[in-house]
Design a binder for this molecule. Structure first.
Ligand code: ATP
Ligand code: ATP
Ligand code: MG
Ligand code: MG
Lengths: 247, 247
C-alpha cells in the first residue's frame, strides 16, 4: 500500500482540495483508496458531503487507541473511495499525544494493519504538530501544495526543517511539490512557479493546478471536482496529477 | 489607545494583508500606529520589507519578559507607522506560555504601558493558541477576515467559541467581520457574502476587499498597497476600511 500525505503549515494552500480530488481520481483510475482526515477542521470529511457533527467515531478514536480503522471507515458515493473521518474531537488527540512516548508512530502502526487499499491519502491541519508528524512518519510520499503567491515560498523552511528532523529518525518519505491556484494572467504566479522549479527541480509535478472557481464551489456541494464539474480545467488538472502520482 | 486584533484560525484568509494595509492607511489618516507581529511566520514583518532573519529582538522577548516594547520597536518607511517584529523564535513563547499562570494577560499588561500610539494593530497566527489568546484579551476590537469561499464560514464556530470563553473571563472585545478576496464574477462569492451578512448583520464592514493581484504582489516588494499601487481597487478598499474603523 502506498501512503501519501498532504502537508504544509501555510493555511489555505490547497491541502484538502488536493487530498480529496487526488483520492477521487486515483479511484477512477481503478485503485482502491482510503482518504484519512487528520485535520480537526474536518474539511475533507465535509468536502465529501458528510456531516462531521453527526459522526461519532472519528480519527480521534484511532489516534487514542479506542478504535481501529475498520470501526470508523465510511464509504463515499464513489465506489472504491472510503474515508476515515474527523471533526473537532481530533483536537483532543493533538493535545494528549504531546505527553506520550513514541507518540509519533501511532498512525504508522495502525495503517500497517490495513492492507485492503492500494493508496492511503492523508489530509493534515495547517500546523506542524503531533498529527502532522504522525502523518509524515506513516508516509512514503509527502505532497506539498504551494500557492503561486508571495508568502507561499517563505514558510517552506519550517516544513523542510521538520522533514529533516524526521529523516534523522530514519523516516525519509519522498518530497514532491505541487503548484496550485496558478493564475496565468498574473506575473507573480509565473515568477513564483519559476523559483519553485529552480529550487526543487524534478520534484515539482509537471501539472500546475489553475486558480478556478469550480474548485472553490465543489466543497459546497459536498462533491469532488470529478462529480461537480468533470470537464472543467480544475478536474482535468487533478486527473493529470493522479497519472503522475501512479507512475 | 485603541487595540485591534486580526484573528481567524483559518489559514490564508487575509489576516496579515489586512493588518499591514489597515495599519498603513490609519497612519495616512494622521494616526500614530504600532503594528504588532504576533505570528511566528513573521509575515507582517516581511510584508513591510524587513529581514526577519537578521532581527535579534522580537515579540518573543516581550512575551517572555526579557525586553519591553521600546527595546524592540522599529520604524518603517511610513512616517508614523512602527512595527514590533517577529520571527520563528516566537514559537518558543507559544510553548513556554502553556505552563505559566496568568499567561493570557501578558500582552495586555505590556501594552498598557505604551501610550504614545493612537492605534495598535495585532497580526496573529492561524491557530487559537496562547499567542492569539493574548492578542484577543489585549484588544477592544477583533476583526475576523472571511474569504468568500466555501470553507471560510465552516471554521468560524471554533473562533466564536474561544471568544465566548474569553468573554466569560470578562474580556469582551467588539467583533467585526471583513469580507475579503471577493470575486464579483463568481456566484459562490456572492452567496457566501450574503450568508455572512445574514449571520452577523451590522458587524460586517460595508467595504468588501476584492480578489486582486496587486494585493498578492505587494508583499514581494516589501510594501503595503498604499505604496505599491495606491490607485488600485485593493488600495481604495483598504482606505475605505480605515475610514470605517476610525468612525
Ligand atoms: N486551484 C484552486 N483554485 C481556486 N481556489 C482554490 C483552489 N484550490 C483550493 N481553493 C480554495 O482555496 C481555499 C483553501 O483551500 P483548501 O481548503 O484546500 O486549503 P488547505 O490547505 O486545506 O487549508 P487549511 O490550511 O485550512 O487546511 C478553499 O476555499 C478552496 O476552495
Ligand atoms: N484581497 C486579496 N486578493 C488577492 N489575494 C489576496 C488578498 N488578500 C490576501 N491575498 C493573498 O492570499 C494569501 C494569504 O493572505 P494572508 O497572508 O494575508 O493571509 P493570512 O490569514 O495572514 O495567512 P496565515 O494564516 O498564513 O497567517 C497571500 O498570498 C496574499 O497575498
Ligand atoms: Mg485543509
Ligand atoms: Mg498571516
Amino acid at each position: 500500500m502506498r501512503v501519501i500525505t498532504l502537508a504544509n503549515q501555510k493555511g489555505g494552500c490547497g491541502k484538502t482540495t488536493t487530498a480529496v480530488n487526488l483520492a477521487a481520481y486515483l479511484t477512477l483510475k481503478g485503485k482502491t483508496v482510503l482518504l484519512v482526515d487528520l485535520d480537526p477542521q474536518g474539511s475533507s470529511t465535509t468536502h465529501l458531503g458528510m456531516d462531521k457533527n453527526t459522526i461519532t467515531k472519528t480519527m480521534n478514536d484511532v489516534m487514542l487507541g479506542r478504535h481501529n480503522f475498520s470501526d470508523i471507515i465510511l464509504h463515499t458515493e464513489i465506489q472504491g473511495l472510503d474515508i476515515a473521518p474527523a471533526n473537532n474531537d481530533l483536537g483532543e488527540a493533538e493535545m494528549v499525544l504531546t505527553k506520550q512516548a513514541f507518540r509519533e508512530q501511532i498512525l504508522r502502526t495502525k495503517l500497517a494493519n490495513l492492507d485492503s487499499y492500494d493508496y492511503t491519502v492523508i489530509d493534515t491541519p495547517p500546523s506542524l504538530g503531533n498529527l502532522t508528524m504522525n502523518a509524515i512518519i506513516a508516509s512514503d510520499t509527502i505532497i506539498v501544495p504551494i500557492q503561486t503567491q508571495f508568502f507561499a515560498v517563505e514558510g517552506l523552511a519550517q516544513l523542510t526543517d521538520l522533514l529533516d528532523v524526521i529523516a534523522g529518525m530514519g523516516y525519509k518519505p519522498k518530497r514532491r511539490y505541487l503548484l496550485t491556484m496558478h493564475n496565468r494572467t498574473r506575473v507573480i504566479s509565473k515568477r513564483i512557479a519559476e523559483s519553485v522549479r529552480e529550487l526543487f527541480g524534478e520534484d515539482v509535478f509537471k501539472v500546475v493546478i489553475p486558480d478556478t472557481v469550480k474548485l472553490v464551489e465543489a466543497p459546497s456541494y459536498g462533491k469532488p471536482i470529478c462529480l461537480h464539474a468533470p470537464q472543467s480545467p480544475g478536474a482535468r488538472s487533478y486527473e493529470e496529477l493522479s497519472k503522475e502520482v501512479i507512475l
